[in-house]
Design a protein around this ligand. Structure first.
Ligand SMILES: C=CC1=C(C)c2cc3[nH]c(cc4nc(cc5[nH]c(cc1n2)c(C)c5CCC(=O)O)C(CCC(=O)O)=C4C)c(C)c3C=C
Ligand SMILES: [Fe+2]
Ligand SMILES: [Fe+2]
Length: 344
């Protein structure tokens, strides 16, 4: 409920309150595939201390001297291959917007709840959308980093950014952050349904299902990041839900960046050796990604498939992420309604 401005004493600043905001936040994405858009995006992303933990004194000369000169062109070409040409944006932004819109429809029975969406890097920024929620009278905000498996490089940096915004506010909204939901039954069932759905369209049967998660450096894992265990738990629960044996489902880690050792087994290396093991029909999915994006469409559906076929594979299918499917929104709605308890 908002105080009607006409009832306020003369000279009293306008006050709005009484609503609850739900802010969905994904990683982010460049505004375009050109050099400068890519460079701006990568500079913001790769100067985040939660993403690259090396000392700034060591990392910045490499970032500004080498990475930001070469990588924008290379990665821009990869983005071009998976760009949503209809809306002139990446699919990550298309799906995140659609998730926000569909979530708002699902929560229509809660008239005091306002749903919005934003990105950790690039636009729309977390600060911009938190400002917009406040302006609409949200004095409580549920912040939902869209990562089923908590990691410092993803969930924590979204939370950091929201708290950084709060540091500058005179009237801070109360903030709740959504915890890891890697073992939520709604999430596991939705993943299993997506596997069954894709496999039902095939004329062949996979010998192996690979669950490929984004990796993190080994050093982050050794420093206590729980991400590794959360990925393994998701994969185990999915295997049990599907009724597969341990041989029928394998977990791998993708998207290595830089010279460090990352979590293993690596997805690309695994794809090279499967056929030699006698595994020639493979399905692969990315349970850690709420939306399809560069890392799933280009690196897995594209590159990983090519590696597999080049090394003797015969059949390959990529199972899409949950995206804005009915099941995908069911998962997000289940988590949001649970975390809103006591506020609505
Ligand atoms: C050290 C670098 C990186 C860490 C650690 C990292 C962790 C991490 N990332 C995701 C999800 C996504 N990453 C995406 C792209 C991407 N990731 C890195 C680096 C690290 N990620 C880079 C440099 C990039 C940009 C592309 C590139 O230059 O290779 C994306 C896709 C964004 C898109 O617009 O499509 C996602 C999503 C997770 C879940 C994670 C750790 C758990
Ligand atoms: Fe990443
Ligand atoms: Fe673990």
């Amino acid at each position: 409920m908002n105080i009607v401005p006409s009832k306020l004493p003369t000279g009293h600043p306008k006050v709005t309150f009484g609503k609850v905001g739900v802010l969905l936040v994904n990683l982010g994405t460049p505004d375009g595939t050109d050099y400068w858009s890519m460079r701006r995006y990568l500079a913001e992303f790769l100067s985040d201390k939660r993403v690259i933990e090396w000392s700034r004194l060591f990392w910045y000369p490499i970032l500004y001297g080498i990475v930001l000169n070469k990588r924008p062109q290379k990665v821009g070409k990869a983005y071009e291959e998976i760009w949503n040409k209809d809306l002139d944006e990446s699919y990550l932004r298309t799906y995140t917007r659609s998730q926000g819109e569909k979530m708002a429809e699902r929560l229509a029975d809660l008239p005091n709840v306002v749903v919005d969406w934003g990105m950790r890097y690039g636009k729309p920024s977390i600060a911009e959308r938190m400002d917009a929620l406040k302006a609409q009278g949200c004095d409580r905000i549920l912040l939902f980093p869209l990562y089923p498996q908590y990691a410092a490089a993803t969930t924590a940096t979204v939370n950091d950014k929201a708290f950084e915004y709060l540091m500058k506010q005179r009237w801070q909204p109360a903030l709740r952050t959504v915890p890891t939901y890697h073992d939520d039954p709604a999430y596991i069932v939705a993943l299993a349904n997506s596997v069954r759905q894709t496999l039902s369209t095939l004329e062949w049967e996979p010998q192996l299902l690979i669950t490929s998660f984004h990796g993190i450096p080994q050093s982050y894992f050794k420093a206590g990041d729980p991400y590794h265990c959360f990925c393994y738990k998701t994969a185990r629960l999915l295997r049990e839900e599907l009724g597969y044996t341990e041989k029928q489902l394998r977990l791998t880690f993708q998207s290595r960046f830089g010279p460090e050792e990352w979590l293993q087994p690596y997805t690309d290396k695994t794809m090279e050796t499967l056929a030699a093991e006698g595994i020639k029909r493979v399905a692969i999915m990315n349970p850690g990604f709420v939306s399809d994006c560069l890392e799933t469409l280009e690196e897995i559906a594209g590159e990983a498939g090519e590696i597999f076929m080049h090394h003797g594979g015969e059949n390959f299918v990529h199972i899409p992420c949950l995206n804005d499917s009915v099941d995908g929104i069911n998962v997000l709605e289940t988590v949001v309604r649970r975390e809103l308890q006591g506020w609505v």
